[in-house]
Design a protein around this ligand. Structure first.
Ligand SMILES: C[S@@+](CC[C@H](N)C(=O)[O-])C[C@H]1O[C@@H](n2cnc3c(N)ncnc32)[C@H](O)[C@@H]1O
Length: 172
């Protein structure tokens, strides 16, 4: 199982309970360090610091991949490239799962569309510096259009009570 943008390893730990093995990746060394600590003593998980848009150092041939709360941060123009890199690391028949939030999940500050067509929102760090981050909410059609040539059994579902959408599919 390949995990993209594992963050502090919350979901890595959940998946590691049933996966044979997990390679959890993230671009941030600080996040990887926290995740390593959370999963210390768990034998079937390895970590790799790498950029999701290149996945340098990630071997090919995974039978499954997942990413939670990552898709929404991908600028729309980067989605085809990201998916192509991800799929290059997966076997035919591999299962892929994305989970992310629906717009009503929280009260967004300053949500608006930028010139590139991405939604952005304001975030304030503990040092009070303000940043704009990309936070997109794909439609079912957008996901299908992006995946139609590389995937089958595409399922997009919204879970209103959990304020989440799930997208899963199988690599052709
Ligand atoms: C909202 S967090 C989600 C973390 C985790 N999946 C979770 O649900 O707790 C997004 C994560 O994406 C990572 N990230 C940001 N840009 C990245 C990139 N280009 N490649 C890989 N990871 C990236 C951040 O370091 C952060 O850990």
């Amino acid at each position: 199982m390949l995990e993209i943008a594992c963050g502090t390893g919350y979901w890595t730990k959940v998946i590691a309970e049933t996966a044979n093995s997990v390679l959890a990746t993230d671009i941030s060394p600080e996040m990887i360090e926290i995740a390593r600590e959370r999963l210390s003593g768990i034998q079937n998980v390895k970590f790799l610091m790498t950029d999701a848009y290149s996945l340098d150092g990630v071997p090919e041939g995974f039978t499954a991949a997942f990413a939670i709360w990552w898709w929404s941060h991908i600028p729309k123009s980067c989605l085809p490239g990201f998916l192509s890199v991800l799929h290059s690391k997966l076997q035919s028949g591999a299962f892929v799962l994305f989970v992310d939030q629906i717009p009503s999940a929280y009260e967004a500050k300053g949500r608006h569309k930028n010139e590139a067509g991405d939604f952005v929102e304001e975030r304030t760090l503990p040092d009070r510096k303000k940043y704009e981050i990309v936070k997109n909410f794909p439609t079912e059609k957008e996901a299908f259009d992006l995946l139609k040539d590389s995937a089958k059994d595409i399922v997009y579902r919204e879970y209103l009570e959990e304020h989440a959408w799930n997208l899963n599919y199988t690599i052709i």
